[in-house]
Design a protein around this ligand. Structure first.
Ligand SMILES: N[C@@H](CCC(=O)N[C@@H](CS)C(=O)NCC(=O)O)C(=O)O
Length: 273
C-alpha cells in the first residue's frame, strides 16, 4: 500500500531579521463583526494565545484577519509574516521571538518552567478538544456560533452553506477519531471543569500562573484557552457557570482583559480578592 506523502514546511528562521522596531504580521482568525467581538478577540485559542503574548510583552505587530487555514504554511492558523517570510505555529513563533527579542520566562526556576509546560500540554492537547467539541461537534454549540458569526447557516448561499457543512463534518470526524466525542456531554463537562479547577488551584492568590509581579508566556496560554469559557456562556452554559465560581482563574481573566484588552468587556463579575 502506498502511504500518502504529507508536505512539510520548514520555518525559514534564517531568512527573517526581527528587532524591537519590526512590525510583525500576526495572521489569525478574528471574532469578526458581531455581538461577541466585544467579549473575545477570536474563537481560536491559539490565536488568542499568540495575540496575548504580543500584547503582554509589547511586541509590535499588525493583525491580519484570515478566513481560511489554507493560507497558513502548514495549513494552520495563526502564523506570522516578516516581509514575505512566514513562520508558523504559535509555540514555535514564541520560542523564536524569545531568542531575538528577550525571554519573559528567563527568571523562572526549572520547576516553574516544568509546571508551565505541563499546564500548556493539558490546555493545548486536552482542553482544546473540548473547545472543538463545542465549536463543531455539538449541535447547540454549532448552532449558537454559526448564528452569531453568519446569522445562521441556513441564510447563506447554498455553496457557502455546503462548504460550512463539509468543514463541520471534517471537524466532527476529527473529534470522534481523537476520542473526545466518544464521551457523553456530562463526562466532557466534567473534564473541562477539572482542568480549569486545577489551574485555579495553581494560580492560588497570585496575579499570574507563576508569579505576582509580571506575566510569563504561560499566562498567554492560560488566557488563550480559558477566556471563551468565561466570556461566551451560550456556547457551554454548564461549564461557564462553573468556571465563573473559580475565584483565582476568574480574577486572572479579569486582570488580563482589563490590562491588555481594554477594548473588550467582561461578561462576568470577578470575585474580589
Ligand atoms: N500547533 C498550532 C495549532 C494551530 C491550530 O490548530 N489552529 C487551528 C485553528 S484554532 C487551525 O488552523 N485549524 C485548521 C485545521 O486544522 O484544518 C499552533 O500552536 O499554532
Amino acid at each position: 500500500m502506498t502511504m500518502i506523502q504529507y508536505p512539510l514546511y520548514e520555518n525559514p528562521y534564517g531568512d527573517i531579521r526581527v528587532d524591537a522596531d519590526t512590525v510583525i504580521g500576526l495572521h489569525m482568525f478574528t471574532a469578526g463583526e458581531n455581538d461577541l467581538a466585544s467579549y473575545v478577540t477570536s474563537f481560536s485559542p491559539f490565536a488568542v494565545k499568540l495575540q496575548t503574548y504580543f500584547r503582554m510583552f509589547g511586541i509590535r505587530h499588525e493583525r491580519v484577519s484570515e478566513q481560511t487555514n489554507a493560507v497558513g504554511p502548514r495549513h494552520k492558523i495563526p502564523f506570522i509574516s516578516v516581509g514575505n517570510t512566514l513562520i508558523t505555529d504559535s509555540g514555535l513563533i514564541i520560542d523564536h521571538l524569545k531568542t531575538v527579542l528577550g525571554d519573559p520566562d528567563a527568571h523562572l526556576t526549572p520547576a516553574q518552567k516544568a509546571l508551565g509546560r505541563m499546564v500548556q500540554g493539558a490546555l493545548e492537547d486536552h482542553l482544546y478538544w473540548i473547545i472543538l467539541y463545542y465549536e463543531f461537534f455539538s449541535d447547540s454549540g454549532w448552532d449558537f456560533l454559526s448564528n452569531v458569526m453568519v446569522g445562521g447557516a441556513t441564510n447563506l448561499p447554498a455553496e457557502i452553506q455546503e462548504a460550512l457543512d463539509l468543514r463541520r463534518a471534517d471537524f466532527r470526524k476529527r473529534c470522534y477519531d481523537q476520542g473526545i466525542a466518544r464521551f457523553t456531554e456530562a463526562e466532557i463537562i466534567d473534564k473541562a471543569k477539572r482542568d480549569m479547577a486545577a489551574i485555579d488551584v495553581l494560580i492560588d492568590n497570585k496575579r499570574f500562573l507563576l508569579g505576582d509581579d509580571r506575566p510569563t508566556s504561560h499566562d498567554a496560554v492560560v488566557f488563550g484557552f480559558t477566556q471563551a469559557f468565561f466570556q461566551v456562556r451560550d456556547m457551554h452554559p454548564e461549564i461557564t457557570d462553573f468556571v465563573r465560581t473559580l475565584p483565582n482563574l476568574g480574577r486572572f481573566i479579569a486582570t488580563v482583559t482589563t490590562r491588555w484588552y481594554p477594548e473588550l468587556k467582561l461578561a462576568f463579575e470577578p470575585h474580589q480578592p
